[in-house]
Design a protein around this ligand. Structure first.
Ligand code: GMT
Length: 374
């Protein structure tokens, strides 16, 4: 098949899933064309059968704002026509799906558009009154519609009058890339002393990620366990987190790594991963940790409980229940056998339910049905 994939390039779940999908489909022999503002951070340009098409910016003094939606539409149209795409798969409804629908309508030969709803596109941006109608239009005009969890499906059905079925295709993980086999003793020693446990939190540090609770729970934990908190990523809340570290006298025990491209190098050296988000349609970081055989402590919201299994792969608690978050971390960090068993159970669950083979086949079947219906 000739497949166009439209996605965000930045560090974040939806772009990551789209990139994995693009590379996986190309490795299976499909011709894949990735369209994005810039090269997605994990897209390997050496992947055979894969081409990357950056959206060309337009700078014209008449327009004070960048014309991204139009330049994106123009690029999708160009790639669709020149490479005779069979389908275009948009990750995120606005603007990706809307642009793909417009490009398909303009093209001499329109093609099926598949839209995947990732979460924030409908739960955060979708709540904007002005954009609601555009979001609804892009979903209803897509040939086929998918989303990443049953929770997210129920949310969309409750908030948007859909005229299309909404299929659930869970996100997936490459168990060779994310693996405990890649745990580096050298890296572990760089990050922490031999007698220190490592708690990791990977985030874009937006309020929705509740990083404040990470710090509060870690603060409680340090009274009972010798531990280091390693923070990966950056975002709007990072300065507030640094200030709170100072206030709590935690600066010595917290390491700020900033944005990290290869999170798979860091996760395997963690003793536990904490993710107490307020919202999470899926929670890719938790799946990445599970694949690395690292037990998790997370909130119990939205799609998270489809990914982790409480008491088996780690623990879940109410989002702001800092005491419970700290107590669960203590359980994991003070008993190596429990942590090891839960980490292993996480990796097994990831292999069983979230393998690339399974999910790639589901997307391909979805594309075929879209072509058939078009
Ligand atoms: O969580 C974010 O802020 C980033 C966002 C995105 O669009 O990349 O993540 C969403 O999509 C991911 C991939 O499907 C999911 O794993 C995240 O749970 C989801 N985020 C939210 O629903 C808040």
């Amino acid at each position: 098949m000739r497949i166009g994939i439209v996605c965000h390039p930045s560090i974040g779940g939806s772009g990551l899933v789209a990139t994995q999908l693009a590379m996986g489909l190309a490795q299976r022999g499909h011709q894949v064309h990735v369209i994005s503002r810039e090269r997605p951070f994990k897209l390997d340009p050496a992947t055979p059968n894969l081409m990357f098409h950056p959206v060309d910016p337009v700078h014209y003094p008449l327009f004070s704002d960048p014309l991204y939606t139009y330049t994106l539409t123009a690029k999708i149209l160009e790639v669709m026509t020149e490479h005779q795409l069979d389908v275009v798969h948009a990750h995120y409804s606005i603007p990706h799906s809307l642009s793909a629908i417009l490009a398909s309508a303009i093209a001499p030969r329109g093609i099926p558009v598949i839209t995947t709803i990732h979460g924030t596109d409908v739960t955060v941006i979708g709540q904007d009154k002005g954009l609601y109608a555009l979001n609804l239009h892009s979903m209803n005009q897509s040939t086929r519609l998918t989303t990443v969890s049953h929770y997210q499906r129920d949310y969309v059905l409750e908030h948007f009058p859909l005229e299309r079925p909404l299929e659930v295709i869970h996100n997936f993980i490459d168990l060779e890339v994310f693996s405990p086999a890649h745990a580096s003793l050298t890296l572990r020693r760089e990050l922490a002393a031999d007698d220190e446990k490592i708690v990791m939190h990977v985030s874009n540090f937006r309020p929705i990620k509740n990083s404040d609770a990470v710090l509060s729970a870690f603060y409680q934990l340090t009274a009972r366990v010798k531990a280091r908190l390693v923070l990966l990523g950056t975002g709007p809340d990072i300065d507030m987190i640094k200030m709170r570290c100072r206030d709590l006298n935690l600066l010595e025990q917290v390491t700020f790594l900033g944005d990290v491209t290869h999170v798979e190098q860091y996760l395997p050296v963690a003793d536990c991963v904490i993710q107490p988000s307020y919202r999470e349609s899926f929670g890719m970081v938790l799946l990445e940790a599970m694949a690395c055989a690292v037990p998790t402590v997370s909130s119990n919201v939205d799609g998270i409980t489809e990914v982790v299994e409480h008491g088996v792969t780690g623990f879940v608690a109410d989002t702001d229940d800092v005491q419970a978050l700290a107590a669960y971390m203590e359980t994991l960090l003070s008993c190596d056998a429990t942590a090891r068993a839960m980490g292993q159970a996480g990796r097994e669950r990831a292999a069983r339910l979230f393998s690339p083979q399974r999910q790639l086949s589901a997307y391909l079947a979805c594309y075929r049905r879209a072509i058939h219906a078009h």
